[in-house]
Design a protein around this ligand. Structure first.
Ligand code: ZN
Length: 426
């Protein structure tokens, strides 16, 4: 099967260029087209009004399988990824069985092999059974099969344990990917400790619960030399700590989520679809995150796609489970609210969603060049639509962006040349 994408605006290593893209044998060709039989392609797709970018990579998703398939499965979560333009995703290990041993990880790898619609490279845990407090996982055994090590969902509660984890990860040449949350500072909170919580009588989560652990870990990364990546940063203090660490040359990177860049606690409603961990912070935090994106302190955007059942999300801010879905809304939300408003360029957004995550995590692909795997996303930037969770491929429907009017729609996603999503036009 060969496909010719004609006359698209293509994201090449030199930036956007008007080009034809030819896909053959799962590989992409853009430069050597004159020597190929492109006019005899099995299919020709007119891309005159479309952009073609390297498929997005999300280093932070929850696929819920094995263990919690009533929330999401590897089949539905990867279908959602393809629909959102993602060709590679990295699922977090808060599963059952917990992938802290090879035996447990194998259960997940078998389902991935059977059902995944995009590339899936899972995490192994940092601590055994992800308990955050005692023994480390079988990191040596897991290393060849995982993208990195993370206890996401929980923080590693002691510095000593994190230091040993970093020493082992460094030897294995893998990143430690940290959900930073000091449990001793939580005190039953569930939204940001700020104006909204105060005015509406909710229990708050302080910013310190996040940045205290980041501060601890940055020092440990400096001491051990281990590569360290911080999950879903949400506070202005965290941005400052990471900016300083980078200036000192420490091997630190981080991600934030679309919701932290577009919303703040001023947008909260008494509805579970506004509840996630970390919580939406205040406008000063959001603005600091935007500056962090602009100046390169924040390396990538990850969705923290965290589906739950409708029932689990129907219990308001206090009672609902933490987590919102994100794979199917991230591009249009960020394109509409960051690119179209002139906050960042489209090139920058593609770097944040495609190029940087792959580079930092050592994942394949990431460029549209001759002979590279054809992991591609085709986008119609002009297509205006309303976000409707009923259309999601994900089993999770809880999103704060329901009903938002956006521009930019994914029209096709290819993984190694195979179409894994195509928009059906009525
Ligand atoms: Zn997390």
């Amino acid at each position: 099967m060969t496909t010719l994408f004609k006359n698209g605006t293509v994201f090449t290593p030199r930036g956007f260029e008007k080009r034809d893209v030819f896909v053959s044998d799962g590989k992409v060709f853009v430069n050597s087209l004159s020597s190929l039989n492109i006019d005899r392609a099995d299919r020709i797709v007119d891309c005159t009004d479309k952009v073609i970018v390297p498929g997005f990579t999300d280093v932070h998703v929850h696929l819920r399988e094995p263990g919690f398939f009533y929330k999401e499965t590897i089949a539905t979560g990867t279908a959602a990824a393809a629909r959102g333009g993602y060709t590679c995703i990295c699922p977090m290990p808060n599963l059952n069985p917990v992938p802290s041993t090879m035996e447990a990880l194998q259960v997940q790898l078998d389902i991935i092999k059977e059902n995944a619609k995009v590339k899936v490279v899972p995490y192994g845990t940092i601590t055994m059974e992800q308990n955050g407090r005692s023994a480390l996982a079988d990191m040596e055994e897991l290393a060849p099969h995982v993208c990195a090590f993370s206890d996401d969902g929980k923080g590693v509660q002691t510095g000593d344990l994190m230091e040993s984890a970093m020493e082992r990860a460094k030897k294995l040449n893998k990143l430690i990917v940290a959900h930073c949350e000091d449990e001793s500072l939580l005190d039953g909170g569930y939204i940001h400790e700020g104006t909204y919580a105060e005015e509406h009588g909710h229990k708050g989560i302080c910013s310190e619960s996040e940045w205290k652990q980041v501060e601890r870990d940055v020092k440990l990364s400096e001491k051990t030399g281990a590569g360290y990546h911080v999950c879903h940063i949400s506070t202005k203090e965290t941005v400052d700590i990471i900016r300083c660490a980078k200036e000192k040359g420490i091997d630190v990177t981080c991600e934030t989520g679309p919701h932290y860049l577009v919303l703040s606690d001023a947008d909260l409603q008494e509805d579970g679809r506004f509840k996630m961990n970390p919580p939406l912070r205040d406008a000063k935090d959001r603005d600091a995150l935007i500056r962090g994106i602009q100046d390169g302190t924040i390396d990538m955007i990850a969705t923290d796609h965290a589906p739950h059942s409708a029932e689990e999300k129907a219990k308001g801010l206090a009672g609902s489970a933490f987590g919102i879905v994100g794979l199917e809304t991230s591009f249009p939300i960020l394109y509409t609210h960051l690119v179209k408003k002139g906050i960042i360029s489209l090139e920058k957004l593609i770097e944040l969603m495609s190029v940087n995550p792959r580079r930092r995590f050592g994942l394949a692909g990431g460029t549209i060049e001759d002979g590279q795997p054809a992991d591609l996303t085709v986008i119609d930037l002009a297509e205006h639509h309303t976000i409707d969770p009923a259309e999601f491929a994900s089993m999770g429907k809880a999103t704060p962006f329901a009903g938002w009017e956006v521009d930019g729609r994914i029209t096709m996603t290819l993984v190694e040349g195979e179409i894994r999503y195509e928009e059906t036009t009525a």
